[in-house]
Design a protein around this ligand. Sequence first.
Ligand code: ADP
Ligand code: MG
Length: 712
Amino acid sequence: MVNKIAAGEIIIAPANALKEMLENAIDAGATNIQVTVKDGGMKLLQVTDNGCGIMKDDLPILCHRFTTSKIRKFEDLSSISTYGFRGEALASISHIAHLSVVTKTKDSQCAWKCLYAQGVITPQNPGEKAEPRPTAGKDGTLIIVENLFYNFPSRLKSLKLPNEEYMRILDVVNKYAIHTEKVGFTAKKLGESHNAVTIRDTQSIKDRIRAVYGSSVANNLLEISDSEGDPESGLLGLKGQISNLNYNGNKKKSHVIFFINNRLVDCEPLKKALTSIFAIYLPKGSKPFIYFSLAIKPENLDVNVHPTKKEVRFLHEDEIITFVCHKVQNELGDIDDLREFKTERLAPRSSDLTRSEISFEKADRPPKRQKINLSQSLSSSFSLGSQQPRLDYKNVRVDGFQTKITNFMKQSQKRNSLTEESFDESIQSSPRKGDTTENTSLAIDDSREDGVFTYVPKERTVVSLESIVGLRKKVESNVNKDLTQVFLNFVLVGIVQYLSRLLTIQSDVSLFLVDYGKLFFNLFYQIGLSDFANFGTINLKSPVSISGSISHVQDQVMEIANMSEKTKKEAIAELSDKAEMLEEYFSITLDVSDPEDPKVTGLPLLIKNHIPTLKKLPVFIYKLVFDVDYLDETSCLDAVLRHVANLYVPDSEPSFDSIENGSETEEMEMYKKSVEFLLSVVRRRFLATDDLITSLVEIANLPSLYRCFERC
Ligand code: ADP
Ligand code: MG
């Protein structure tokens, strides 16, 4: 029974079973794979391959759980589960369908046939022995799955119409066909003579894409490839094919295909990041084609987030997504001969300007200048990131100003990347002295190569907690598109006010005043939600006493000072009871060896290269103790996430005193850099929600400024 339920979780539709069968055939080194389907796969799913076959001796245990021949390929046992070789697929299928296997290895004289039920080999006719039977057959393996979910009526009922299930199957075959070079694929319905999918083993990736998605997609592709990747974040290489700027787009749906370590996966954060880049480039409503194959260090990967292994999670998700996005932006932005075309494309289709007016403006300028102007207008319309195609009159008329903005922007981009590096260096070289508080002497363990903090990698774990899923949904449903657009591409103009944490940014043609305290709080809350249970740990060199922190806060804030010792003790004990949960979910580690005086030893690492304001630690600890309702799951997790986010928000009272006299001290420089660094993270991954509306004011925009000038 347990096996059956487990099986039903892994295989929820025929396409899931088929995906597993395809992967097995590919792993077996097949160069030709044929798929045959009846009734959307519910009656029959059959995969024939010409791979290495299965040895006769292995057949009796083939469908035992955890039977996998793929272990020996990996020295490290831990990478097995991360790769998703769990030896579960065939076992699962045998619990919920009639499974037969015909297989022949090269060395075998004949092929062998077996039937399986409930994980074990069964007799082919009543009274016969349960063992493989010799039969005629070619080298390779034929796997036949019949009557899927025959013993699982509820699952059967939840399936779509056979034709829809068939389309899902074809979709999986198509995607594997695009990705798996040197392997030919066919797929068809049983009894039909023509194939719904035909890919020859010799076809190139582009031709495969053409065969599946048509010429309009295939003729407008940009190839991206990088065999080095970004080893520091565990990305070992990538290749991809993406729509170029000529692509007219698919109005109905985007095709986004990700393979990670040769497994077809979903990766929502990456998808979101990439499609938002295309939203800037493609005409409104057009959807791109995106195919990416990433190689990620297996130990950084957790494909078991979801039983069907579809949604995948990996460490350093942020860095890797940023890396891929940069590649895409470079490709899309750097194509010189497409620039002119692109600028044309950016002209409004329903503009009130006529073509001749536009060309008049262009013809008016010397050719050299025109070229510069075009690329400038392109890069600014890209970098300033308006989802709307940029209006030409804005390009032309605000030209003088724009040059400045563009220059500034380039500089600031350069500065930004420098900033990130030098920021790294600066944290590494000097632990932030200013962050120690009176009664808690804090320093972060700098024993490791990473410098200031100890980064403790953690295997990505499943987060299926309804509470977290619910909190994530809540954020998603509150996303404000226009506002998110503002934060997708902007330039920092400057920090206006430290005490109330205000800064100005320019996004597209508008200047905004932003409460960055609130902005970063939201950012960290979102990071907390999305990386929940998967944070690294910042190990504190000297553990911080919980009781001491509380006293410290009480000293500062009079009203709460007269709390009785007893409640304090109880509350601390309550927190100590939660140590395991805090560590598992939040990487907040406690040392409870002295029950009288438990200590905080580690904090969650939300972003690499950024350490929280440790000055806030006592307040954070105080809030963990007194401001979390540990009895209600959702509100508990939410509250801890909020406290963590607050801990990470830059201090509202920077520890430098020289602000008034205007001299920029080292700490001040550092503070600014960390704000700039966080802004770069905002640019990469931030969904602005409605509640942020009040934290942002538009103080000027260029068209209206221009109108002012015009009147002068
Ligand atoms: P896993 O793929 O995780 O190892 P499966 O249950 O999918 O587990 O398959 C179990 C084992 O059966 C594989 O490890 C492999 O040895 C063998 N196998 C399955 N399908 C094929 C195939 N088409 N060709 C060769 N061997 C296969
Ligand atoms: Mg498998």
